[in-house]
Design a protein around this ligand. Structure first.
Ligand SMILES: Nc1ncnc2c1ncn2[C@@H]1O[C@H](COP(=O)(O)OS(=O)(=O)O)[C@@H](OP(=O)(O)O)[C@H]1O
Length: 222
């Protein structure tokens, strides 16, 4: 069995695909594979905060490199944060959004049915059971999992071998930004201060976690 079997099978089903693109290493490989095996490729990125420069600059680089458009859509978890007031005041007029609502939206925008993502069996036990159940082609959910059988080692080797663009912000921050935890935000405050101020405009109370993290760090250093 070859690691390319999944994508080869998927490309027999359709010539058009949308990639769920987080700028994490698995979806970087997924996007590159899809570019090689499908005729029409689109992508979407779910943001926690719209228009962060460090993310936007990188998304633009991928768009230019592959000649594709990457849709920016709010992360479905935002609806929980906004409705119930996580890191901000609650607003019960905000409807709850699920991942399937995001899929429905991007399908409507692009006219493409199948969505490929970077989920892998090696990620966790939950992933293993989900992917073993669906296989690399989930007909019911119209999802493809091109790298489901890959391990981190192979993902890293592919990125290196094909000299794929790996976001500078991942290297600088040491993580790919997807939470409002104090530790992560403290790093953003240091390295991308303008973006940090923008995050606080949307989630003002996230500052508390950063201050707590900074205080703990200081007292630990003494
Ligand atoms: N923000 C965002 N925007 C678009 N697509 C996203 C996003 N977050 C996750 N994903 C897609 O899901 C793949 C697996 O991500 P994760 O392992 O982090 O798990 S999770 O789905 O977010 O729970 C993930 O692959 P990788 O992030 O490369 O592992 C993507 O294909």
């Amino acid at each position: 069995m070859s690691l390319l079997d999944a994508i080869k099978t998927q490309s027999q089903i359709t010539d058009s695909v949308i990639v769920s693109f987080s700028m994490g290493k698995d979806s970087i490989v997924t996007l590159d594979l899809c570019m090689r095996y499908f005729k029409h490729v689109g992508a979407f990125f779910m943001y926690l905060v719209p228009g962060l420069e460090f993310q936007e600059n990188t998304l633009k680089k991928y768009e230019k490199y592959y000649g594709i458009e990457i849709l920016r859509v709010p992360h479905f978890e935002n609806s929980n944060f906004y409705r119930y007031g996580s890191f901000r005041d609650p607003d019960f007029t905000v409807p709850l959004v699920k991942i399937n609502d995001i899929y429905a939206y991007v399908r409507k925008q692009t006219g493409v049915e199948w969505i490929a993502g970077g989920e892998k069996i090696a990620d966790s036990i939950v992933r293993l059971s989900m992917l073993k159940h669906s296989g690399s082609v989930d007909v019911k959910r119209r999802r493809f999992y091109p790298v489901m059988y890959w391990h981190d080692k192979e993902i890293k080797e592919y990125i290196k071998y094909h000299r794929l663009l790996y976001p500078e912000f991942n290297r600088k921050l040491g993580f790919s930004f997807h939470s409002l935890a104090g530790k992560e935000l403290a790093a953003i405050k240091d390295i991308y201060p303008k973006d940090y101020q923008r995050i606080l405009k949307f989630f003002p109370e996230a500052q508390a976690g950063v201050l707590q993290y900074e205080m703990n760090k200081k007292s630990g250093e003494k």
